[in-house]
Design a protein around this ligand. Structure first.
Ligand code: AMP
Ligand code: FE
Ligand code: FE
Ligand code: ZN
Length: 273
């Protein structure tokens, strides 16, 4: 049976796999199809498509967009976006700058807590990638300020922690519209992280077309409840590992594998657009 992992990150956001490594790893674990969904960027799509050429792994172009809603950080996936669209690229350029400014704010908050970390140390790790908290956590480990990235999230930069900065520009409605405007299918990422289940119908109202039902943190009970919701609201079903390479070594590529018929359903929805 053909299997897919539709949630993968690369060096173009906060993952550590280069396009070539991503394709090699996908083949090694027996995936027929993968989706690249880097945070707020499409820069990695073409290089991954190029690396996959004649390697026998199908690559779906995608993105994972961060939005802010009611004080919460929420992630929305977009599959089959036209990643060459000028308006999209311009918007993403804005978001990239916004993320850089956010790093300086995080650094200031850490300083208030007596933690000295230079913003440059974070940018050095992120390199060309859209910079985010996983880079902050890695810089803290490298600087000997914490023993692990989990400790960095647990004590300092995790949601609701003292050095956490929200500050994302897009609302769910705007991100969903942006994805749809460039022919993409918006899917609510890892719904367990929403903490408030009643938000799901709200996002459906905003135009979400799918739910990321299969995800490492989703228990069988959660999966069943999301499947029931998907059925009730006629939503597409997706899934993936959210692998970030060695930045999160415990989350392996292909640790969530979904049947290819779910990819076919996505494609049918795309064709009806
Ligand atoms: P950001 O987009 O900068 O807010 O960072 C979000 C990213 O941080 C997620 O995509 C994960 O890669 C990572 N992340 C969030 N929470 C944790 C956590 N508790 N442990 C490890 N990584 C996390
Ligand atoms: Fe990430
Ligand atoms: Fe996410
Ligand atoms: Zn992700």
């Amino acid at each position: 049976m053909k299997l897919a992992d539709l949630h993968l990150h690369t060096i173009f956001s906060d993952g550590t796999y280069t396009p070539q490594e991503l394709i090699e790893e996908a083949k090694r674990v027996g995936l027929s199809c993968i989706a690249i969904v880097d945070h707020d960027t499409v820069s990695g799509i073409e290089p991954v498509l190029e690396a996959a050429r004649s390697e026998g792994v199908e690559v779906l172009p995608g993105i994972e967009m961060t939005v802010e809603y009611d004080g919460l950080e929420i992630h929305i996936l977009g599959y089959f976006i036209d990643y060459k669209n000028k308006d999209l690229i311009e918007k993403l350029c804005d978001l990239k700058k916004n993320r850089i400014e956010r790093i300086y704010k995080i650094v200031d908050k850490l300083k208030d807590m007596g933690i000295r970390l230079e913003a440059e140390a974070i940018f050095d790790i992120a390199k060309q990638g859209t910079v985010g908290r996983l880079h902050v956590a890695r810089a803290m480990v490298k600087g000997g300020l914490v023993n692990s990235t989990s400790e960095a999230f647990g004590k300092y930069i995790g949601d609701k922690c003292p050095a956490y900065v929200l500050g994302f520009k897009l609302s769910p409605y705007e991100a969903i519209k942006l994805i749809k405007d460039v022919g993409g299918i918006p899917v609510l990422a890892h719904p367990y992280s929403l903490s408030r289940n009643e938000l799901i119908p709200k996002f459906i109202e905003y135009g979400i077309m799918g739910l990321e039902v299969y995800y490492p943190e989703h228990t069988r009970t959660k999966i069943n409840s999301y499947l029931a919701l998907a059925k009730k609201y006629n939503l597409l079903v997706t899934g993936g590992s959210d692998c970030h390479g060695s930045a999160k070594p415990e989350v392996k590529i292909g640790s969530v594998k979904i049947p290819y018929r779910l990819v076919e359903k996505l494609k049918e929805a795309k064709d009806k657009f």
